[in-house]
Design a protein around this ligand. Structure first.
Ligand code: FES
Length: 56
């Protein structure tokens, strides 16, 4: 499912970024580009990133 329409980032890509070593929402943003434009996806993107980090 697309989370960030501006950058075309999916929930799966966010989880993959965490699997690949991102350990904070900031790092996930840097890797995926999520929330780097309009910012509307920030809340959901952050929640998914936190969930994925908690599962690591
Ligand atoms: Fe993610 Fe706009 S939807 S920056």
């Amino acid at each position: 499912m697309f989370i960030c329409l501006c950058k075309g980032v999916t929930d799966r890509e966010i989880r993959e970024a965490v699997s690949d070593g991102a350990r904070s929402w900031r790092e996930v943003r840097e890797v995926t580009g999520c929330s780097s434009q309009c910012g509307k996806c920030a809340c959901v993107g952050k929640a998914i990133a936190r969930d994925a980090i908690a599962r690591e």
